[in-house]
Design a protein around this ligand. Structure first.
Ligand SMILES: C=CC1=C(C)c2cc3[nH]c(cc4nc(cc5[nH]c(cc1n2)c(C)c5CCC(=O)O)C(CCC(=O)O)=C4C)c(C)c3C=C
Ligand SMILES: [Fe+2]
Length: 442
């Protein structure tokens, strides 16, 4: 298997934010911390500011894994940022009795810690080992020696943060709730589990090193202690979408190229039209933000693996090797939905996934998909508990709802089961030194 090299680190920013991918060889937490500790002259370490210092690197080497993305910017990083290899996605519920001030303080502390971790710095000034021997360290320490690894941290607000299930306005936010921020409707075939559904807040941590992503969620959860606790979380590997034309298309667990027709960061007009909330969309605090849909989709791997190749290709509507549409051409050839086989049947079947998901079939709706594979061992029958942790960003939840409704007759449904679901409003990025959610509380 050959893969195009990932050149994102060498390209200019595709994020539409200040979150430029910057390759900084040789910068690791241990090295930075050492430099900070001795007050190294000329080394800028402001929150979100990169540090250009040479130091020992962790076990993952320098190239590719040392890239950094600014936490601060017009939009939050982790949306049009070239999708990293790994995900740790965590959903939190606020503690019973938590006050509006607790929520504000939490968002401020999360933002400050995120700004440091995304630059490859430890949480807190004294980090994992520089503080008092009589106090718990500020940082948990498992990322010492590891570079930033392209870490992005993206924070979102669930419907229940604004109005609890019992109608309570716990944080005085009910009047600020976006009209469309409601739990997603029930879709045909949904088999949702409470342990992978809903929640007050989400954090999407993506990185090219799983330990860096897990370290981020662990430390943010630790900061939340007493104010919010994890409701459910998911680990993902092997990005199933490319979000930049600089990236090769990856494959999902069914072995198909996934993300070919994704919205890509370089399509700036499409990104503005389909992904970022506009200033006239309302509410004002969401301008520059987006909506995140998470769907945990179990894939019935064993059934799929016993299915003929031709059937697999008909289900998707593309060939398995090249990823080309069944109407002909190569991977990026536009699909010709009118093309017919010699038999007179459509080349791309009426119930093929790509036909039903295509914007032409959905009033022009497009999504920025940013999902990951997951494998959580096996079930009691020895079947893989595996699938796609689907994430999409869109300007309005309606875009996802339209496409998902269209997929009710998808041939793929025989091989998948939606077991988790959540929707979050992702506010715009924070100004330098500010915090995510500041516009909501302004
Ligand atoms: C509601 C949105 C979508 C869900 C849920 C979804 C699940 C899902 N998809 C695949 C595999 C593929 N999807 C592909 C394309 C594709 N999928 C969606 C949306 C959802 N997919 C869209 C909008 C598109 C693009 C359609 C187009 O414009 O042509 C493809 C083809 C390659 C590609 O273009 O990305 C594959 C393969 C699985 C396995 C899955 C659930 C487990
Ligand atoms: Fe799909």
């Amino acid at each position: 298997m050959t893969k195009k090299p990932d050149t994102a680190a060498e390209t200019e920013a595709v994020d539409g934010t200040t979150a430029e991918p910057v390759s900084k060889p040789g910068v690791s937490r241990r090295g930075l911390f050492g430099l900070i500790g001795v007050g190294a002259a000329g080394v800028a370490v402001g929150a979100g500011g990169g540090v250009g210092a040479a130091a020992a690197v962790g076990s993952f080497g320098t190239q590719g894994t040392s890239r950094t993305y600014d936490f601060f910017g017009t939009h939050q990083a982790g949306i049009v940022t070239p999708s990293q290899d790994r995900l740790h996605f965590a959903v939190y519920d606020m503690a019973a009795g938590a006050s509006p001030d607790d929520l504000i303080a939490l968002l401020q502390e999360w933002s400050a810690a995120a700004a440091r971790m995304t630059q490859g710095l430890e949480v807190g000034e004294t980090g994992a080992t520089g503080g008092s021997l009589l106090a718990p360290p500020q940082d948990t320490g498992e990322a010492i020696g590891l570079p930033a690894s392209g870490l992005t941290i993206t924070i979102g607000f669930g419907p229940s943060l604004f109005t609890a299930a019992d109608g309570t306005d716990r944080f005085g936010l009910a009047a600020s709730k976006p009209a469309l921020l409601e739990p997603l409707p029930r879709f045909s075939g949904d088999a949702l589990l409470p342990g992978a559904t809903g929640g007050d807040l989400c954090i999407q941590a993506c990185a090219d090193d799983p330990q860096v992503a897990v370290h981020a969620i662990r430390n943010l959860s630790r900061i939340a202690f007493g104010r919010a606790a994890i409701r459910w979380s998911e680990l993902g590997f092997g990005r199933t979408s490319s979000t930049s034309t600089t990236q090769a298309t990856a494959r999902n667990l069914f072995g198909f190229k996934d993300g070919t027709q994704n919205v890509k960061a370089e399509e700036t007009k499409a990104v503005d039209e389909h992904i970022w909330v506009g200033s006239d969309d309302g509410p004002a605090w969401m301008a520059g933000g987006s909506y995140l849909v998470a769907r945990k989709i179990r894939m019935i791997i064993e059934t799929w693996d016993r299915t003929q190749l031709q059937e697999q290709e008909n289900v998707i509507g593309r060939d398995k090797g090249e990823g080309a549409p069944l109407s002909g051409g190569t991977e990026f050839t536009a699909i010709d939905f009118g093309a017919k086989l010699a038999t007179g049947d459509p080349a791309v079947p009426a119930d093929a996934h790509v036909r039903l998901a295509h914007p032409d079939n959905n009033g022009g709706a497009r999504l920025l998909r940013r999902g990951y594979n997951y494998v959580a061992g096996n079930d009691e029958l020895g079947r893989l508990d595996a699938g796609l942790f689907f994430i999409s960003f869109q300007r309005s939840p309606e875009q996802f709802i339209t496409v998902q409704r269209s997929l009710s007759s998808d041939a793929l449904n025989e091989y998948i089961k939606h077991v988790g679901s959540a929707l979050f409003a992702v506010p715009p990025g924070a100004r330098a030194g500010g915090w995510v959610g500041e516009t909501l509380f302004a």
